[in-house]
Every structure is written in C-alpha cells, then in structure tokens.
Design a protein around this ligand. Structure first.
Ligand code: MN
Length: 228
C-alpha cells in the first residue's frame, strides 16, 4: 500500500450474519420522511412534500450493544430504520435494476439530536450536527439478500424499557426500496459499500442514559442497546 503522511483512517467494517468477512462501508445515505405517519407527526404533509435525502458519516455506523449519549443535546431521539447495504452501484439506476445492487439488509437506528435539528430547520441550516455525530447509527449484523430476499413488508418496531414506542410496517414506505435507490442515484453515483437508511415510522421519542432499547424488523433481525 502507498505510504501515507499521517496514519490512514481505519476502514469502517460492519458484521455480516453467518460469515467471517465483514462489509466495508463507503458512504451512509438516509431518507427523510419516508413514512407518511412520521412525516405527519413531524408537522409535514406527505402528500405535498416527497421524501428527501441527507447523509451521515461512514464511521458513525457501528455494531455494538451500547449507545453513548452525545454532548450538545438534551433531546436525543431514536428512529428505527431498515438499512440497505449495497454490493453494487451506478448513476441513474433504473427502478427495475435497483434491487440487484443490494448486498444485504440490517436493522439500524438513526439517532438524532432533535433540539439541534429543530433549531437548524428554523434557521434553514444544514443537519449534520443533528444527524452525523459519533455513534449515531448503530446497526445489526447484515443479512444477505441472497438468503432473505428483499423485505417489502413486515413489522418494524422499537421498544424503550419494554414499552412499545414505534410500530410500523415496511409496506408503509412512501418510496419503496427500489425507488429509494433509483432516486438517490439521480443525485449521487452509488457504489458497493454504500449504506442507505430508509426512514422511520411514527412514534419517535427521546431517550435518557440508562434506557434499554430493543428494536427489530420481521425477517431482518433485532438490535438491542443500552444508552450510556
Ligand atoms: Mn431517520
């Protein structure tokens, strides 16, 4: 490997269920307001405002069983999401070809500094400080699409301390999985290693240190964390 003037950053690697090899993360894209009931709870009209994209950093993703409550917020929210991990990419990917780009799926949480996000929205400022902080995207080990297929429906849920907070279904997505990939590839050239968080159903809320979070998606797995 070519010598570097400072230590090269470590690659970001995510576990894949059932194999020793890991999934290398290139970029992390997120879909905003992809479930109508969540768009409505956030004060928006999904019939007038289509979903949109934002990003997190690759190294915000991690496998683990604890989530460190971040600084600079007093209102951190959970958002359980289906995670798509791409094994291929391209630009202007047709909807019909889109699912062939998917390597696998996982369960993730798009942790959000909601107070910081609310302030950013009011002032028309960018969202990175609200969305792309350290450890803001825990994810379960990926399941390979060749094993489980493509999850178009199934329960997606999250509990805090045993109390159900979010209970949706993947079939409630406004942009379906192939449409998410096709839309995103109009703006960015996608590639193997890209991860897409596909949006959250209604019921998002705040957590505090000591909370136990359990979440899952039918046929994709579960993810459990303690807030520390
Ligand atoms: Mn989200």
């Amino acid at each position: 490997m070519q010598a570097t003037v400072i230590p090269a950053p470590a690659p970001v690697l995510i576990d894949v269920d059932g194999v020793v090899e890991q999934f290398p993360v290139r970029r992390v894209y997120c879909v905003g307001r992809n479930y109508a009931d969540h768009a409505i709870e956030m004060g928006h009209d999904p019939s007038r405002e289509p979903p949109f994209f934002f990003q997190k950093n690759a190294d915000n993703l991690f496998n683990g069983d604890s989530f460190p409550y971040p600084p600079q917020s007093a209102n951190v929210h959970f958002e359980v999401e289906l995670v798509m991990a791409l094994g291929g990419g391209g630009a202007d990917i047709p909807v019909e070809d889109a699912l062939s780009k998917v390597y696998g799926y996982g369960v993730g949480i798009d942790f959000t500094r909601r107070d910081v996000q609310d302030a950013a929205k009011k002032m028309s400022r960018p969202w990175e400080a609200a969305k792309a902080f350290e450890k803001s995207a825990p994810v379960s080990p990926l399941l390979r699409a060749e094993t489980i297929g493509h999850p178009h429906q199934g329960a997606i849920w999250l509990e805090v301390n045993g109390e159900r907070k979010q209970a949706g279904n993947l079939n409630q997505m406004i942009w379906k999985l192939p449409e998410v990939i096709a839309e995103l590839s109009k703006f960015f050239t996608l590639a193997a290693g890209d991860v897409i968080m596909t949006g959250t159903p209604a019921g998002v809320g705040a957590i505090v240190r000591g909370d136990r979070i359990d979440c899952g998606i039918d046929q994709v797995g579960t993810l459990s964390l303690t807030v520390v």
